[in-house]
Design a protein. Structure first.
Length: 197
């Protein structure tokens, strides 16, 4: 699920919650693999408070909430490098996640949420606590766009593995793909952030 500006989020929020909300929550509980980006990520939380102060109720898949500090507040924009945290109770796995963020909202994780990653460079969820994104079951939320999956082939592979394991069991193995171009894009994004520090 992708993102959008506040106006578009308002248009889909009620429909998402009332028409599809229960089905989405049931799918997540059943282990369906989900990727929610930016505005989609915000709507997978408990609520999003717009710059105007209006409150959009979310799906509550992730134990988090998002608040826009108000008109005129600086947006969180730029390239991000973060260390993935894919397993419960573990710190960074050593794998990096790269992407581009552009959001006005500040997202805060509740006690039932696990971060997707720890920020090395960039803002992440709120520019303060060093977290980026969230994970619950096989649902992943993030602020990173900028060709997220092509620039992060190991993360893309992980999502595919989870989906295949749910459908066919743990024994499914795919032939490895040649990820050289994707790895080059990943390394180029890392270098870009390194040069701007």
């Amino acid at each position: 699920m992708g993102g959008a500006q506040d106006r578009e989020q308002r248009r889909v929020a009620d429909d998402l919650r009332s028409v599809k909300g229960e089905a989405v929550r049931e799918a997540v509980e059943a282990g369906v693999t989900v990727l929610a980006v930016c505005g989609g990520y915000q709507l997978f939380g408990r609520f999003y408070r717009e710059a105007s102060g209006a409150k959009l109720a979310g799906l509550g898949v992730f134990d988090l909430w998002t608040e826009h500090p108000g008109p005129g507040t600086r947006r969180l924009i730029g390239n991000v490098v973060a260390e993935l945290c894919l397993e419960p109770g573990e710190g960074p796995t050593g794998g990096t996640l790269v992407g581009f963020e552009n959001h006005g909202g500040r997202t805060y994780l509740g006690p039932g949420a696990r971060p997707l990653a720890r920020v090395r460079s960039g803002f992440g969820n709120n520019g303060r606590d060093g977290t980026e994104g969230a994970r619950y079951q096989n649902a992943f939320g993030t602020y990173l766009h900028g060709s997220l999956l092509p620039k992060n082939p190991r993360f893309a592979d992980r999502l595919i593995e989870l989906a295949l394991a749910r459908r066919y069991g743990d024994g499914v193995r795919l032939e490895p793909l040649d990820d050289r171009l994707e790895e080059l894009a990943h390394r180029a994004a890392l270098r870009l952030v390194g040069r701007r520090r």
